[in-house]
Ligand binder design. Structure first.
Ligand code: HEC
Length: 107
């Protein structure tokens, strides 16, 4: 009985985290990257927005994705600097994990 309650509580916690990441992504990233990560947005007509589910992004390490999002490492057209514009390190790490889930959904 206790086991069941613990499992339910844990499940609720996990889905809460996923929703929070999704919310942050929708708020801060989807404008350019699209909700599904495809990069098919109006913003993409003015700059080259990569598909976050692409092989190129999949091959990047978590630290590379973190550096790209936090500091715009390696970016030419739109240097991201989310670490300096309101997001915490933890939030960016969570976003990187969320981007990984976009990748797996495609396959
Ligand atoms: C104003 C539009 C815009 C917004 C908002 C935006 N991006 Fe991007 N993103 C881009 C563009 C353009 C590129 C390609 C950058 C380049 O190569 O210069 C990119 C590239 C990336 C990449 C690929 C990294 C790489 O180095 O290839 C990641 C990961 C990424 N963005 C994550 C995010 C996350 C996470 C957010 C939200 C916190 C976000 N982006 C918000 C436009 C945007």
């Amino acid at each position: 009985m206790v086991k069941i309650i613990v499992l339910v509580a844990f499940g609720t916690l996990l889905s809460g985290v996923a929703t929070a990441q999704n919310g942050l992504y929708s708020e801060k990233c989807a404008r350019c990257h699209a909700a599904d990560g495809s990069g098919h947005t109006t913003a993409a007509t003015k700059m080259t927005v990569p598909d976050l589910r692409s092989k190129q992004v999949k091959q990047m390490s978590d630290d590379d994705l973190y550096a790209a999002t936090a500091q715009g490492k390696g970016h030419k057209s739109y240097p991201h600097a989310f670490l300096h514009t309101g997001l915490t390190e933890q939030q960016i790490r969570d976003l990187v994990r969320y981007i990984r889930t976009l990748s797996t959904n495609q396959n």
